[in-house]
Design a protein around this ligand. Structure first.
Ligand code: AMP
Ligand code: MG
Length: 346
């Protein structure tokens, strides 16, 4: 890939980031309050919570509650944990309807909506083919293995049903079908964390899990000028993790970045990575990084994966139909592309 032109801090007004280059550390107005930061590993990535609180013991307690909430979601949604609700669904939903929690129902329903919105580019049943890859070990399926599993990649074969006595079930109508919420669950977990902090009256915070971040409020007031400060979020350079390709000032917003550098191996000049085109069962080509900015992390997360699969033209066309969401795409040549909302504000 040719050298990516590095951009200075962008001045898009709604903008903040994924690799958390929070460069501004001026204290908000209240004298005794302070920023409290807590990091932990969850959902296969590094997560962090940063919040502004009067009392450090309260801040600690709230950050820990966010961690526990994210751990709860991991225990339910992980395909790697045998006892998770998701693993149970994958084991049994073809042979019988499986009872699911209201939360799982809501996430599956939302995932199916993204499938409809993207004409199948976002498809949680990609995992029927996706599980044949092992990026750490450099393993990919043969053409014939892919051909065998592809009929099971179709989110329309996921059937959610209401039970007469209340509650819902999920059923798969294709043998060999597997689902994976890796394209949406981290964003949901970040939203849940923000919801929890808001419920406790927190007005300024940022939560991130890997490429998914959401900011509540802003970074406070500049002590000398009295100006309100944004969070500054860096989108990493797709081929050099020590560099930012973009730095974005953002407040009260979410941002998710999907990249072909997260889980991958290179072989014979090809990159095999974790974002899969449902029609082919192969890694998406054409773009190397997609960032989506908007109000909710769950939507930014699903849309970043979706736009990655769709590519520049179709991806931007889709985002331009979704109110309040914008996209920045870095293509395989290192060129930047913006959705109409951002291009207009540049
Ligand atoms: P993200 O972390 O948001 O970039 O999304 C990548 C993750 O989404 C992958 O690790 C998979 O778990 C999942 N995924 C990959 N391809 C698809 C797809 N076509 N539709 C939905 N989820 C996907
Ligand atoms: Mg995503």
């Amino acid at each position: 890939m040719p050298n990516l032109r590095l951009m200075p801090v962008c001045l898009f007004s709604r903008f903040a980031s994924a690799s958390l280059v929070a460069a501004l550390f001026f204290a908000p107005a209240a004298a005794l309050a302070e920023w409290y930061q807590h990091s932990f590993n969850v959902m296969g990535t590094r997560a962090s919570v940063e919040l502004w609180q009067q009392r450090v013991d309260t801040a600690k307690k709230l950050a820990r509650e966010v961690e526990l909430e994210m751990r709860r979601l991991e225990a339910a949604m992980s395909p790697y944990i045998e006892s998770s609700e998701l693993s149970l669904i994958n084991r049994e939903a073809f042979s019988r309807p499986v009872d699911i929690s209201p939360e799982m129902h809501a996430l599956l329903e939302r995932s199916i909506e993204f499938g409809d919105l993207s004409a199948g580019a976002f498809d949680i049943s990609f995992a029927s083919a996706g599980h044949l890859y092992n990026y750490r070990e450099g393993v990919k399926p043969s053409a014939s293995a892919l051909e065998t599993v592809l009929p099971a990649v179709n989110y329309k074969s996921i059937k959610l049903e209401l039970k007469k006595k209340g509650g819902t079930t999920v059923r798969f109508t294709k043998p060999g079908m597997k689902i994976d919420l890796g394209g949406i669950a981290k964003g949901y977990a970040v939203d849940q964390g923000i919801r929890l902090l808001e419920k406790h009256g927190v007005q300024a915070a940022m939560i991130s899990a890997g490429g998914d971040s959401r900011m509540l409020g802003d970074r406070g007031v500049h002590p000398e000028t009295g100006e309100r400060l944004s969070w500054v979020i860096g989108v990493r350079h797709p081929r050099d993790e020590t560099l930012s390709a973009l730095r974005l000032p953002l407040s009260n917003a979410a941002i998710s970045t999907s990249g072909d550098y997260e889980r991958f191996f290179d072989e014979a000049g090809h990159r095999y990575h974790h974002i899969i085109v449902p029609d082919t069962g192969k890694s998406a080509r054409g773009v190397v990084s997609v960032s989506i900015i908007g109000p909710k992390s769950i939507d930014c997360d699903a849309l970043s994966t979706t736009v990655f699969v769709l590519g520049v033209e179709k991806g931007l066309a889709l985002i331009d139909t979704v109110p309040e969401y914008d996209a920045i795409i870095i293509d395989a040549n290192g060129s930047l592309h913006y959705s109409a909302g951002l291009a207009a504000g540049k």
